[in-house]
Every structure is written in C-alpha cells, then in structure tokens.
Write a protein of this length. Structure first.
Lengths: 392, 352
C-alpha cells in the first residue's frame, strides 16, 4: 500500500499543473451560452495543440495514451485549478472512446480528429420522456430504407444538442426482439431538416439540457457503430466511460467547494461569533470533510482495482452516489450558514457570495438524478455488488 | 500510488481471518463472554506465536517491526471475528512503551510483552472525572525519588488479564504499576459489551519508584493515541463488514410475501447504505486518524443496528449473535474520543 504519487506520477502532475497555470484563460464569461461555447472551443484548441485533448485515447488515434492514474491526475488538477471544460466534453469522454472501441476503420478516420479539435461537437441521444432509468425501453424507431435508416422519436436531457454536429443515438431497429436486443447505436447528423433541438429551462433558470424532436431524420448505414442490434452493449461502453472519467474531477470540485464553505463560515457572523466557531456548524463542516476524504480514498482504491482487472466494476456506483450526496449537503449547509440571507440570489444588492450558493443549491438537486439516479445506483449496488435478488 | 494491500499484508489478513474464524465460533464467543476473565490463555499463546503481540513493535525489542497498515489489517479481522481478547489493550501498552518508555523499561516490560509473556493495559480515566481524553485528574504525590498514587481508574480494559498498568496522572505522564503491587484493587465493571472486559482499578497509596515513571510528556502520547484510534477504527470496520454480510445473507434467504426480502428496495437499499458506510470506514482507516475514528465510530454501530433491522424480530433476540456486534460497535464508538470529539479535531484542522 502506497498512497503517495511515484516520482514519475509526480513529474506528470507537475507537468499538468505548469501547463494549466501557464495557459489558464481565466474564468468563463458570465453572459450567454454562446459566449461560453466560443470560450470553451478556444480552450479545447489550446489543449489539443499541447496534446491534452483525448488524454486517455491511444496515441495512434491522436490521443496521449495516458495511464488511468495519469488521467485521474489530469482531471483532478484541471478541476482543482478550475480550468474551463473543453467545448466537446461528450465527444472526448464518450464519443471518441466508443468509436475507438466499436467503430470501423472508416469511422475512426472520419470522426476522431474533429472530436479532438472541437470542430464537431457531440451530444448523447439516450434518454426519452418515457425511458429514463429504464433506458432499454426506449421507443425512438429506426426503419431501414435502402442503404439508409429513417428515424422518428423524441430524446430528452440532451446536453449541447443546440451546438452538436453528431448525436450518439440509440434507437429501436427491431420492435419484435426482447427490449435489450432490438437496439442499434447510430451517429446521427444533427444538421438536417428532421432534427429539432429545444432548450429545457431548469430550476436554475438556465437551459443546459434540450429536448430533441426527430421526425423522419435519415442516417446512412455506415453511421451504425457496433452493428445492427448491438446498441445496448455499445451504449453501456459509453456510460462506463462517462462514469470512469468523472470521479477525480468531482473530487477536486468538492475540495474547492469545501474551501469556499470554510471561507463563508469564517466570514459569517452568528451568535456573537463566526459560523466557523459555532459548534454545530463545525460538526457539519468536519463531517463533510471526512466524507469527502473517504470518497477520495475510495476512488483511489477503485482505481487500483481497475488497473489490476482492466475494467471498472459496479463499485463505481458508490462514488457517484456519494458525490451527489456530499455536493448537495455542502450547498445546503452554505445556505444554513447564510441564515435569513439564504433566499437572496444573483443580481440582488445584498446577496451573499454573489449568489453562488443559491445556484449550487439548486443545480445540485440534479446531482442525484443525472447520470444514474441515486435510487437506481442503490439497485445496482444491491444486485451487482451485494448479489441480492433482482427486484424485477 | 498503489491503494491495495501488498502480498505480505494480504497474507497477514488471510492468516488472521482463518485463525480467528476457526477459534471464535458463536458458541465459543458466548462461553468466553460469560467466563471469568473473558479470554483464554491458550488463544493468547497462539496469537503470540503468530507474532500479533509484537506486530507493530520494533524488531530490536522482539516485535515484528511492521506498521500501522498491518495493525489495521489485523484489527479489522479481530472485529470481523468479534474475538474476545486483550490484544487491543495490550497493543496500546506496547505502543506506549515503544514510543515513550526508557530503554530499561523497554527491556523489562516491552520485550516480554512483544513476545506474549507479559500483558499490559492503560489505566486512563478517573472515577468521577471527565470522559474526554487527556484530562486526567489523578494527582501524583511526591515521595522521595518516586511518587505515590491514590485514586480510582475506571474503564480499564482487561485489567484482570494484565500484568501491569500504565497509569495516567494529571501531569500528563504515565507510570508502570504491576497488578500485584500493594494497594491495587481490581473490580469488574458491568458493560454492555461482555466481549471486552472493563474494570475499575483502585490505587491506595501505591508507591511508584522513579524508574517506573515513563520519561515522556503528555504530547508524546499523541503518536500512541493516533495509532490506537486507527486500530480501533479498523476493528469497527470489521464489525460493520461482518454485520453487513449477515444482513445480505439473511435478505437473500428470508422469504416474505412470496419472495426474498432482499428483492424489496426498502431492504436492498438499506443494505447498499451498509456497504457505503463499511467501504467508507475502510478507506478512512488508511487516511487521517481522527477522520477514521469519527467515521468508523458511527459506522461501527450504525451498520450492526441496520443489520438488526433487516433481520427483524430474530435480530433482537439474545440467541442471535448480532447484539454482541452492536454492543462492541457502540462501546468502540464511545472509547478514545467519540465521533463528535474527533470531528471537532477535524474542524480545527480544516477551519484553521
């Protein structure tokens, strides 16, 4: 057991740190998603030029071929230094790895480079209004027509659909097959008359996610990934990549939030002292630090295990569950510390910390829903880690 | 970065697991829980032969020269088996002598302790004094070169099994007193946890020669304290692991409304929560000591408590073993700083 970085890992961390510090473009623009996307595109080009885009991808496909521990270090440092997200985050984290794992040589030729440069943005067309946690029940239909497929249906929670060129679309190609078997994974061109993206306004007032209406959109045969009827397996690869990549960024983000929470507590007056001196607040702050530390150590234990076995196990569900829980409780505690000021939000003259905690409180409500609800994660843990009987 | 046990540590774990599983079956634990001293000398001799009595003590004093990770590995298995044994209290005495004793004291007490021939235990809390760690009230009275001790120590683990005590005084020092010394009286206490014996120990004009007072000052005992907190947190983690496994096995087996109760989310999600807390406790053990003790203190009784709930009525019976685990977990949580006390230490560190 060795919980320290090896000399070569330290060297890698220093290299990452130096590069981000030297190239950090500052905070994202506050106004408008368009400006944010332009900012992120520029950042991704910079990353790509220095070889940091597609860090986990094999070198032959334009990536860096980094080890898992190096990926973890990179994601952790980027989050710690609050580097912007690259514009094509879904293409880098899911689209590319799926094409590399399941795609044909032609697909690798066609799609990988524009993902790395951010020239083509990707989005993910999995969830539907009637198929959330029960993803395999999805109804969007793809019907063969010559050497093309005609697709009709509706997708939802589609991040960046309004900017995307390609959609990782899972559609039903065989309605008579058992539900997991009749699915196919397509790469759908978003620039066509049959596809319309409409932003969904969230409880924060923003529109990160979209609804995508698909009406007789056309997809050529060569845009199928992994073969007709194999969509479920390919989709699972996508989701595994999503989860594996996120943990260490989430850990650094929580560390940053805890630092801000400490600052808020030190600045806030309660009962003749500060919140940082209040015994009850101190207990709650300490408990969050302890749980954040267990989450970090769990992630490293999981990483060691994955490096030995080669595949991330279902234990990763624990980390996602814990992340959502801790993130929500940090924001809840911040609002409790603000006390009566808690309702005041962004734009108000008397708002605390610019309204950051009000935003966190609201945005974090989604943490236990997005990317696998906490309730479904508990099912996964019960069934696949503990081996309890399936509820269905 | 390699966050897993090495082959040698895995071997310690496997040996401990198999040995303890063979020794401490339910009937045996119950027998020992009702016996006079709560343990069996022949078990102790075997543990000494396995090197456990000197596991984390220096080789030059007859120990194995291993560290805190190996200690945590062993004590997680001790908790898993709920082994009734003075090994924990003896480990504290060994660490204290190793880190804070003089060479003469180490020669006389530590070497035989490491070899399993002598047992020691700390005598810390004072009757009627505060329960917090580090605020001991027994005043050492000067007597020529040495001192005289008067007063009553409580919550002394395994006192009847110990050959000597390390008695804490108000000046933060520790003093070696043999169990048979004049003026020492031992009375068994009644604890919810019958698998770890507690005693009240009276000291009536007990003379301590100068060479029997440890040279170290209060602050020097932090090294001992952090290590024992980690070992105790590891033991609580083992308790959580075992009682989670009991709940999962029962939930697979027990049928109600025509299906195993583990198929119901009210039960399966409770089991998932038990796994989360157990894994977190295990990770915490390899992090900072106060974080470990705070987290594992809570998990060490919450998980057995949840396991009782999964078992329903049978879990509430004396006949089922679960209550022994709940009681040890709760006792561990209370000893050596409860979760609130350790969280306050964490708050001190993070809110500086």
């Amino acid at each position: 057991m060795d919980l320290t970085l090896s000399p070569s890992e330290q060297q890698f961390r220093d290299e990452v740190r130096d590069w981000i510090e030297a190239n950090h473009p500052g905070p994202e623009p506050e106004a408008g998603l368009e400006e944010v996307m332009a900012f992120r595109r520029e950042w991704q080009l910079k990353m790509h030029a220095a070889g940091w885009a597609g860090i986990s991808w094999p070198k032959e496909y334009g990536g860096r071929g980094a080890t898992m521990i190096e990926q973890a270090i990179f994601v952790g440092e980027a989050a710690r230094l609050e580097a912007p997200s690259p514009a094509n985050v879904l293409g880098l984290a899911m689209g590319g790895p799926v094409v590399i794992a399941h795609g044909s040589d032609e697909q690798k030729q066609r799609y990988l480079e524009p993902i790395l440069t951010g020239e083509e943005i990707w989005c993910q067309g999995f969830s539907e209004p009637e198929s959330g946690s029960d993803l395999a029940s999805l109804k969007t239909r793809a019907v063969k027509d010559g050497d093309e497929w005609v697709v009709t249906g509706q997708k939802v929670w589609t991040t960046f659909a309004q900017y995307a060129k390609w959609c990782m679309l899972v559609a039903r190609t065989d309605p008579d097959a058992p539900k997991h078997k009749g699915l196919t994974y397509f790469l759908m061109d978003m620039d066509q008359p049959g596809v319309e993206a409409k932003p969904l306004v969230q409880i924060t007032g923003e529109g990160e996610f979209n609804e995508v209406f698909i009406n007789e959109a056309r997809i050529p045969d060569e845009n199928i990934v992994g073969g007709v009827g194999n969509g479920w397996g390919v989709a699972i690869t996508t989701l595994m990549n999503e989860r594996a990549g996120l943990a260490f960024g989430a850990i650094a983000q929580i560390a940053n939030n805890l630092k801000r929470l400490g600052a808020l507590a030190a600045e806030t007056r309660v009962n003749g002292g500060t919140a940082a001196e209040d015994p009850v607040f101190r207990q709650r702050i300490a408990q969050l630090h302890i749980e954040a530390e267990t989450m970090r150590l769990n992630a490293y234990r999981g990483l060691t295990k994955t490096m030995q076995s080669g595949i991330p196990g279902p234990e990763g569900s624990l980390g996602k569950w814990q992340w959502a829980d801790i993130n929500q409780r940090i924001a809840e505690l911040a609002l409790d510390i603000e006390g009566a000021y808690a309702p005041l939000t962004r734009g108000d003259e008397h708002v605390v910390a610019g309204g950051a905690w009000q935003y966190s409180f609201l945005r974090s409500r989604a943490n236990s829903i997005e990317g696998g609800t906490t309730d479904i994660l508990k099912n996964i843990i019960a069934e696949r880690v503990l081996g309890l009987p399936r509820m269905r | 970065m390699y966050f897993d046990l090495t082959d040698e540590q895995q071997a310690i774990k496997a040996t401990a697991h198999d040995f303890l599983a063979a020794r401490y079956k339910s009937d045996r634990i119950r027998e020992l829980a009702e016996s006079e001293n709560g343990f069996e000398q022949s078990d102790w001799d075997e543990m000494a032969e396995l090197g456990w009595t000197g596991l984390a003590l220096p080789e030059e004093w007859g120990g194995q020269g291993l560290g805190i990770v190996e200690l945590a590995v062993l004590f997680e298995e001790m908790g898993y088996a709920l082994a009734p044994s003075p090994l924990f209290s003896n480990t504290i005495a060994g660490l204290a002598l190793s880190l804070c004793g003089s060479d003469e004291q180490r020669e006389r007490y530590l070497r035989p302790l490491a070899e399993g021939k002598l047992r020691g235990t700390p005598a810390l809390w004072d009757a009627g004094g505060p329960a917090t760690i580090g605020s001991f009230t027994m005043e050492p009275r000067a007597d020529g070169e040495g001192i005289v001790l008067d007063g009553e120590k409580v919550l002394v683990m395994d006192a009847a099994a110990a050959d000597f005590f390390l008695v804490a005084t108000s000046d933060g020092r520790r003093h070696l007193v043999e169990r048979g010394a004049d003026g020492v009286t031992i009375t068994p206490s009644t604890s919810i946890d019958t698998t770890r014996r507690l005693y009240a120990v009276r000291f009536d004009g007990v003379k301590v020669a100068a060479e029997d007072s440890l040279p170290a000052a209060e602050a020097d005992y932090y090294g001992v304290f952090f290590r024992l907190c980690v070992a105790l947190a590891a033991e609580s983690t083992g308790i959580a692991q075992r009682t989670m496994e009991m709940a999962v096995a029962y939930a697979k087996d027990r049928q109600q409304f025509g299906r195993p109760i583990g198929a119901y989310q009210a039960v399966s999600h409770r089991c998932a929560q038990m796994l989360l807390e157990t894994e977190n406790a295990r990770s915490a053990v390899y992090g900072a000591a106060s974080m470990a003790k705070a987290y594992a203190s809570d998990a060490g009784w919450r998980v057995p408590d949840a396991s009782i709930q999964v078992h329903g009525g049978i879990g509430f019976t004396w006949e089922h073993d679960l209550h022994f685990f709940l009681k040890r977990g709760k006792a561990n949580a209370a000893m050596f700083g409860d979760s609130k006390w350790h969280r306050e230490r964490v708050a001190d560190a993070v809110l500086a």
